[in-house]
Design a protein around this ligand. Structure first.
Ligand SMILES: Nc1ncnc2c1ncn2[C@@H]1O[C@H](COP(=O)(O)OP(=O)(O)OP(=O)(O)O)[C@@H](O)[C@H]1O
Length: 805
């Protein structure tokens, strides 16, 4: 780039910054002014209105003044919010107003337009000239999708075609151009190189300056009901998902709010890792949750739920347990669409027979026996759905309770209880009576007059018997309070014995076949039944049972839906079962779904394939409503690390490295665990000295993490942190972490604590090792105290270095 061009760019930058500063200066007093005004209105709110309720007119007057004051206040607050937003986005632009430029000559026009692209738009005083375009505007797509030459972009009014004459990228820091690149073929390889060679951070960063074409397609896809992204480790799936949220919020800013978008994340640390991307882009964060959190919310008060981490810990460590094989078969089966169908059939069967109810008990007696509830239930029209009949039943029960409640007022225990009431309760009843008395007095006066006229006393109106009325009211009160929990539990459907109904499914094979019309039953069904029932008898649920249990509960009680949510994002989507997807679809009937995942990292038993003919995800909304985008280029790791990790998988075609070089992965074999730990600590020190400050020692399981952590600490390392499933904040530093908790996260350097055949020997452990190794950005070390895992042994030797060589 010649100096003159650079100079021109710097001058333009100065001009834009001056205008930005001028606008900020102009806005600032308005922002503070409006805020003061709003505060003042709030402070003097009641001074401005005189409350007068002495007559209807005065009351009305007061009402309208309050309303008017509130309207003024809310208008001031709204304007304040808008101006503050503007002011914030201008301030965000100031240090680095844009990162890209394209010169575009639209067909039919005589001159080209220079389009500068930044994190938000900035329009000149004339209200027409865009000094900076928001990266989410249609025209900004040119920058991500095309190289110089013929180019086009889509607008709501149709496609605009033309010629891109220039594409330039900027690195601007505090108002100074640090770098300028003119891109030819793919955008910003150089800029991307620089971004990727930086160290890992405790927080994910936005990638708007270097979004790649395939990623842009994910971000801007707004046609499909279901968008599936199958992308290799480090290919930017999570990044694309977060920029997509920002895009959707921008594009639909009048109709979509951040809390109408929900992201299902793999674990709580991940939440903290990604939480700063959207605020960095000037948007509010969407809702973030884990499926476990959701399940806990609905089932946690009744049952103790196993979480997915305990499940995987069992799968990885309990191989020698006698019930191991059956448990694995159970996990797989309960994740399947076949089981979903079986539950649907079971619900139909229950519509005819077999419902289990819990009788309503009250003060040690059976108030409404289960048998009576059951007879009532099966007396309803069978053409009604199960849930509709349950709703009728609920109404009937509430009515029955009212009748029984009235009867109960006569019970001896109630009279007795009255004596033990405290003063407040008496006072309350007295207050009610007092009100009644006024009414009575008027009635009495009328009666006296009436009597005089007619000259006879009416017989039906006796004197108001306070004592009797008082007692009535008190017993009413006492009984009502004692019936309250019954009503509440009826409202919560506790008259249905869901636990029993779920357990019934697992009684024996013949019964299961009959109730579910299922014929493809796992071989070890008897053992699966025993395990499930035993767990339930302890008021506990396996992780694989939680979603099906909730599903059955909803088939009976009526489906819970959330119609507010418009977009559901599922990250690490390969780790959810087909069953769980069906559930999510039902739960969010008005939402579009974006699922991002990598089948190469499917380390849980209940995984789902994201692509291919047999992918249940393609069927979820039907193929015509579904788009699939594949990402194969890995941006996270160096070429050497990608080449190594890619060979760990059997299907190699799915990852391509990005051209960034570093040392080959280093294999260190050393006798004795203690020596290994010492060596590992030495290596950590060296890595730190090389400037890497996010270093992870990755183990297969949580149990192994704890042992490694203790041992490293004993060897004298005080600065190592242990990451457990309870950890919610992700911080830089040296950490020991089980692989399944490192999902979605990255580190400068990864040290695989034990790469022996004992740790990673079975086929289902291949993906664990792959997932662990793909967390590394710049350095990857593997350690073993004996043999190497067969997955490493099978690698061509030129892919790694040996520490002992
Ligand atoms: N277009 C891009 N420009 C700059 N950096 C990028 C880009 N795409 C991805 N990255 C970087 O690559 C790394 C991996 O991205 P990300 O975590 O989104 O990948 P992923 O596909 O979700 O990975 P995984 O499946 O392994 O969790 C991050 O550091 C991210 O910032």
């Amino acid at each position: 780039m010649d100096a003159k061009e650079w100079q021109t760019e710097q001058e333009r930058l100065n001009m834009v910054r001056e205008k930005l500063t001028a606008r900020i200066d102009k806005l600032e007093p308005l922002v503070t002014g409006l805020s003061d005004q709003a505060a003042e209105i709030r402070r003097r709110f009641w001074e401005e209105v005189t409350v007068n309720t002495s007559s209807d007119e005065e009351f009305e007057e007061t009402f309208y003044t309050i309303k008017q004051q509130a309207a003024v206040l809310s208008e001031r607050e709204r304007r304040h919010r808008l101006l503050t937003q503007q002011w914030r986005s201008l301030n965000r632009l100031l240090p680095s107003p844009y990162f890209g430029r394209v010169d575009f000559l639209e067909d039919g026009q005589s001159s080209s337009e220079q389009i500068y692209i930044g994190v938000s738009s900035f329009v000149d005083e004339d209200g027409l000239s865009f000094l900076v375009y928001d990266w989410r505007t249609p025209i900004a797509s040119l920058y991500y999708d095309h190289s110089p030459g013929s180019a086009s972009y889509d607008t709501p009014g149709g496609r605009i075609t033309g010629e891109m004459e220039l594409k330039r990228q900027y690195q601007i820091q505090n108002g100074h151009i640090r770098n300028l690149f003119d891109a030819n073929v793919t955008i910003g390889d150089e800029l991307l190189q620089q971004m990727l060679s930086k160290g890992a951070d405790s927080q994910m960063k936005s990638i708007v300056a270097t979004i790649q074409k395939e990623q842009n397609a994910i971000i801007r896809n707004d046609r499909s009901r279901m968008l599936i992204v199958q992308g290799a480790a480090g290919s930017g799936k999570t990044s694309a998902a977060l920029q997509r949220v920002a895009y959707l919020l921008y594009k639909n800013r009048d109709t979509l709010k951040a809390d109408q978008i929900v992201l299902f994340s793999p674990n709580p640390i991940f939440n903290s890792y990604v939480s700063s991307v959207l605020p960095e882009l000037g948007e509010e964060n969407m809702q973030q949750t884990t499926l476990q959190e959701y399940l806990e919310y609905w089932l946690g008060s009744i049952l103790r739920l196993e979480d997915p981490f305990d499940q995987i810990e069992y799968v990885l460590t309990a191989q020698s347990a006698p019930d191991y094989e059956a448990r694995l078969q159970g996990v797989k089966y309960k994740a399947s669409e076949a089981f979903l169908k079986a539950l649907q059939n079971y619900a139909k069967w229950l519509g005819r027979e077999g419902m289990l109810f819990t009788g309503i008990r009250y003060r040690d007696r059976e108030l409404i026996p289960a048998q009576q509830i059951s007879s009532k239930f099966y007396s309803y029209d069978t053409s009604l759905s199960l849930a509709n009949r349950v709703e009728l039943l609920q109404k009937w029960l509430l009515k029955e309770l009212s009748i029984l409640e009235r009867k109960e007022r006569e019970a001896p225990w109630v009279k007795e209880e009255i004596h033990y009431l405290d003063n407040d309760q008496y006072a309350e009843v007295y207050g009610t009576l007092h009100k009644d008395r006024e009414v009575f007095d008027i009635a009495e006066r009328y009666a006296l007059v009436h009597e005089k006229i007619r000259n006879k006393r009416r017989e039906d109106e006796g004197d108001f018997d306070y004592a009797e009325r008082e007692e009535d009211l008190l017993s009413q009160k006492i009984v009502k309070a004692s019936f309250k929990p019954l009503r509440r539990s009826v409202k919560k459907f506790s008259f249905i014995h869901v636990q029993g109904l779920y357990a019934e499914l697992f009684s024996d094979e013949a019964a299961y076949r009959e109730k579910t019309a299922e014929d493809d039953i796992p071989a070890l069904w008897a053992e699966i039944c025993r395990q499930t029932r035993e767990k339930l008898s302890r008021q506990e649920l396996f992780y694989e049972d939680a979603t099906p249990y909730l599903y059955l509960k909803e088939l009976i009680e009526g489906v819970r839906t959330n119609t507010e949510i418009r977009h559901v994002f599922v990250d690490e989507g390969q780790d959810y079962s087909p069953f769980q997807y069906e559930y999510l679809k039902k739960l969010f009937p008005r939402a579009r779904m974006t699922v991002l995942g990598d089948f190469g990292q499917a380390i849980f038993m209940q995984s789902t394939k994201l692509q291919g003919q047999d992918s249940p995800l393609l069927r979820l909304y039907g193929e015509s409503e579904t788009s699939l985008i594949r990402l194969v280029r890995s941006y996270r790791s160096t070429r050497e690390i990608v080449e190594f990790t890619k060979e760990l998988l059997t299907d190699e075609s799915e990852i391509m490295p990005f051209e960034r070089s570093g040392p080959k992965p280093l294999l260190t074999r050393i006798e004795g665990g203690e020596n290994r730990d010492l060596q590992l600590l030495k290596d950590i020190e060296r890595l730190k000295a090389d400037g890497f400050d996010s270093i992870a020692v990755i183990t297969k399981t949580a149990a192994e993490s704890r042992t490694a952590f203790e041992s490293l600490r004993e060897q004298g390392s005080g600065t190592v942190h242990l990451i457990t499933k309870e950890t919610i904040n992700f911080q830089k530093g040296v950490m020991v972490v089980p692989v399944y908790l490192a999902k979605g996260i990255e580190f400068d350097a990864v040290l695989i604590y034990d790469a022996s055949p004992q740790a990673y020997g079975r086929e289902n452990e291949r993906k664990l090792l792959y997932t662990a190794c793909t967390r590394a950005m710049h350095r990857l070390h593997l350690y073993s105290t004996g043999e190497w895992t067969p997955f490493v042994q099978a690698l061509p030797v030129h892919l790694y270095e040996n520490a002992t060589d």
